[in-house]
Ligand binder design. Structure first.
Ligand code: PEP
Ligand code: MN
Length: 341
């Protein structure tokens, strides 16, 4: 018993009775007011609820139906919420009709470069500026990011160019400083199953961009979303960024089939990051176009004014001119499927 569908017009008092009953069994609840129905999501180990107890709840005033979800993720599932989740990021909505584009350098390198990129991606139509201040690098000798200094530059760029910002949190100890500056907290692929980090970002209400792990199945990925949501933060945005396969000709294999599949399995919005997905500059635009056609709610693209000199991921970063061209190409594709960009 995982979802309790309530009758239309149920009184607050009846809802309270139902919640009390569930709490007496050590379960927690989350109420979701949909357009047609209000439902109670039951959080906790519901496997111990007997059939008799389930029938008793079904018989309570105002209960229309009690549904068991067979999937291991509940709050993230389509069964739990039929309508697409729309995640508010300052004055933007991710998961609505408009497709948002997050663009910027892999890492914040210095203020001048960041501002120059921000200005260009903004005028091309991006609404969110990306840039890592804490970088998960394969080598301990590579540039690790500017830390708080980088976050400050991002926040200044937000004010100057009117862009929201997204940046990665790698360690629970940096939670306070990240919260101070960012609009979206990015959980990187390497940390998708860092459960302590997931619980930490679940305890706030700031939107979380949850990247797919390098070798994570869709089920594991949704279980990670569930970790965040189980703590009360339902503002989760999924990001497909390529997975590791036998193929080495591209950096990763961008799993675009994940997009329509996730639309069936979950109500959460999905972002596609073709830059990390392919790792090669020339392949970014075609895969970005394909991602929109597949139904992505947003894109994340690495842009750098001087990719040859970039301190990280230069090979997959496109120049602002290519980004501007791409944004124009995306428009008719979005319109063809009833969306806008
Ligand atoms: C990034 O966005 O720069 C990044 C490190 O991404 P990922 O975690 O997907 O590798
Ligand atoms: Mn990168």
């Amino acid at each position: 018993m995982d979802i309790i569908v309530l009758e239309p017009g149920i009184t607050e008092l009846s809802i309270k009775h139902i919640i009390k009953k569930l709490e007496s069994k050590g379960l927690k609840t989350h109420i979701s007011h949909g357009t047609e129905r209000t439902i109670i999501g039951v959080i906790g180990d519901t496997s111990k609820v007997t059939e008799e107890e389930e029938d008793a709840i079904r018989a309570m005033t105002g209960v229309e139906n009690v549904v068991r979800i067979l999937k291991p993720y509940k709050l993230a599932s389509r069964e739990f919420k039929k309508e697409n989740s729309e995640i508010k990021v300052r004055d933007l909505i991710i998961g609505g009709k408009k497709i948002h584009v997050m663009a910027g350098p892999c890492a914040v390198e210095n203020k001048t470069i960041l501002f120059s990129i921000a200005e260009k991606v903004k005028s091309a139509g991006a609404t969110i500026l990306r840039g890592g201040a804490f970088k998960p690098r394969t080598s301990p000798y590579s540039f690790q990011g500017l830390g708080e200094e980088g976050l400050k530059y991002l926040a200044e760029a937000r004010e100057k160019y009117g862009l929201s910002i997204v940046t990665e949190l790698m360690d629970t100890k940096d939670m306070d400083v990240i919260m101070k500056y960012t609009d979206i907290i990015q959980i990187g692929a390497r940390n998708m199953q860092n459960f302590k980090l997931l619980l930490e970002v679940g305890s706030v209400q700031k939107p979380v961009l949850l990247k797919r792990g390098l070798s994570a199945t869709i089920k594991e990925w949704l279980m990670s979303a569930e970790y965040i949501m189980s703590q009360g933060n339902h503002n989760v945005i999924l990001c497909e960024r390529g997975i590791r396969t036998f193929e080495t000709a591209t950096r990763n294999t961008l799993d675009l089939s994940a997009v329509p599949l996730l639309k069936q399995l979950t109500h959460l919005p999905i972002v596609v990051d073709p830059s990390h997905g392919v790792g090669k500059r020339d392949l970014v635009a075609p895969m970005a176009r394909a991602a929109i056609a597949a139904g992505a709610d947003a894109l994340m693209i690495e842009v750098h004014t001087n990719p040859e000199e970039a301190l990280s991921d230069g090979e997959q970063s496109i120049k602002p001119e290519s980004f501007t061209k791409l944004m124009k190409e995306l428009k008719p594709i979005a319109e063809a499927i009833g969306r806008e960009i």
